[in-house]
Design a protein around this ligand. Structure first.
Ligand code: ZN
Ligand code: ZN
Length: 377
C-alpha cells in the first residue's frame, strides 16, 4: 500500500513547493536523531525524508497523486528514482533546515536606502475642502554635507577590514551530525561591510548623514479626506552612508467642524426653525462653506426634514464637481406661552378639531387620571 506522504509532512494535497519545504524543515529539526534520541524519532525522520524526497520532485509527486509509490521496490513507474535505494534528500536541504537558507553573501554595502517618514498634519475643513499650501517642519536624517555621505574625514579613505580580509564575513567550523560544517556570519569588527572607517567624518561620526530640522511647504489638493496620505518623494530619511532618501508621507487629520459634519464629500448641518415657520413656510439664508444661499422651507415642513443643496459640499478630489450640503431641519416648539398666546393656540387647536386636554393647576393631567382610578373624580 502506498504511503501517505502528504500526511507524513502534514500538508494538504494542494500544498505548494514552498509549503512542502517549510513543513519538511520544521519536522527535520524536530526528529533528527542527533536532537531527538527517541528510537521512534529515527523511524519518523526516515519517513519525513522519504516524503520530502517524493513531494519535492514533480515527477515523483505525480506518481503519488496517481495512487502509486515511487519509492516502493519496482513500483516506481516512469521517471521514478532507483527503486529501493532508500530515500535521498539533497545535502543542501538538510543544511538549510538547520542553518537557514544559504545564499551568496559578501560584504554589505555601506550605502543603503533610507527609511520612509510619516508626519501628521492637522487641517480645518475649509483647508481640506479647498486645498492649502501648508508649512511643515520635518525632523529627518539628511546627507552630511561635510563628507557628502562618505563618512570619512577630509583627505582620508576607507580601509580594508583586517579581521575578515575585506570579505565582510567570518567563517567558523561546527561539528554536526553531518561531520564538520563550515558556516559563516557577518564580521563583527566591520559589521559585515568589509571596510572600516579609520578617521570618521567629525560632523556625522562616519554615518554619512546627520539629523536636522527642515521647513517645507506641502501643497494639499482640494478635496482630501481625513486619514489620506500625501507622498513627498525622497523627503524622508537619508540612508546610512548617504543612501537615497526614503519618502515622506504627510497624513491628513481633519479637525472637527463646529457646524458641518462630513461624510465623504457631502456635508451635513442642522438648522432649527420655529414651529410657526415650519407650518407657514419661510425663506432661510444658509451659510455654506463658501457662500450664502437662500433656501425655501415649504409650508407644513415636518421635524427631521432634510433640504439638499446640490454641489455645496466638498469638491471631489478626483474629477470635477462637488458633494452636496444636507440641511437637517429641527422644528422648535414654543415654550413659556403668555396667557394671550395660550388662548390663541387653544382656539387654533379648536378650529382644527384637535382636542387638547387641559392640565389642572393643582396636579396636572396624570394626577387627575390617578384620581379617576381611585374613584375621586
Ligand atoms: Zn560626514
Ligand atoms: Zn570585517
Amino acid at each position: 500500500m502506498a504511503k501517505d506522504y502528504y500526511g507524513i509532512l502534514g500538508v494538504g494535497r494542494d500544498a505548494s513547493d514552498d509549503e512542502i519545504k517549510r513543513a519538511y524543515r520544521k519536522l527535520a529539526r524536530q526528529y533528527h536523531p542527533d536532537v531527538n534520541p527517541d528510537p521512534e524519532a529515527h523511524e519518523k525522520f526516515k519517513d519525513i525524508n522519504a516524503a520530502y524526497e517524493v513531494l519535492s520532485d514533480d515527477q515523483k509527486r505525480q506518481i503519488v497523486d496517481l495512487g502509486g509509490d515511487p519509492l516502493a521496490p519496482g513500483g516506481g513507474g516512469p521517471g521514478a528514482g532507483p527503486g529501493g535505494a532508500g530515500p535521498f534528500v539533497g545535502f543542501q536541504d538538510i543544511m538549510d533546515a538547520f542553518f537557514g537558507a544559504s545564499g551568496a553573501r559578501g560584504p554589505r554595502p555601506r550605502t543603503r536606502p533610507g527609511a520612509d517618514a510619516i508626519l501628521r498634519l492637522e487641517l480645518d475643513l475649509h483647508e481640506t475642502a479647498f486645498g492649502v499650501e501648508a508649512p511643515i517642519t520635518v525632523d529627518t536624517a539628511v546627507l552630511c554635507t561635510t563628507c557628502t555621505g562618505a563618512g570619512t574625514a577630509a583627505g582620508t579613505h576607507l580601509a580594508t577590514c583586517d579581521a575578515c580580509g575585506g570579505r565582510g564575513e567570518v567563517q567558523s567550523v561546527q561539528r554536526t551530525f553531518l561531520g564538520q560544517v563550515v558556516s559563516s556570519r557577518p564580521c563583527a569588527v566591520c559589521q559585515g561591510h568589509g571596510t572600516i572607517v579609520p578617521h570618521p567624518c567629525p560632523t556625522c561620526a562616519g554615518e554619512g548623514r546627520v539629523r536636522t530640522r527642515r521647513s517645507l511647504t506641502v501643497k494639499i489638493p482640494a478635496g482630501v479626506e481625513d486619514g489620506m496620505r500625501i507622498r513627498l518623494a525622497q523627503q524622508g530619511e537619508v540612508g546610512p552612508g548617504g543612501g537615497t532618501a526614503g519618502d515622506l508621507y504627510v497624513e491628513i487629520h481633519e479637525r472637527t467642524h463646529d457646524v458641518y459634519s462630513r461624510k465623504g464629500d457631502d456635508l451635513h448641518c442642522r438648522v432649527t426653525v420655529p414651529m410657526t415657520a415650519a407650518a407657514l413656510g419661510t425663506r432661510l439664508t444658509i451659510k455654506t462653506l463658501d457662500s450664502e444661499e437662500p433656501v425655501d422651507v415649504k409650508p407644513g415642513t415636518q421635524p427631521g426634514s432634510t433640504l439638499r443643496l446640490r454641489a455645496r459640499g466638498v469638491p471631489h478630489l478626483r474629477g470635477t464637481g462637488r458633494g452636496d450640503l444636507y440641511v437637517h431641519l429641527d422644528v422648535r416648539t414654543p415654550t413659556r406661552l403668555d396667557a394671550d398666546q395660550e388662548r390663541m393656540l387653544r382656539e387654533f387647536a379648536k378650529t382644527r378639531g384637535e382636542e387638547v386636554a387641559e392640565l389642572s393647576k393643582q396636579g396636572g393631567f396624570f394626577s387627575r387620571m390617578r384620581d379617576a382610578f381611585n374613584g375621586h373624580a
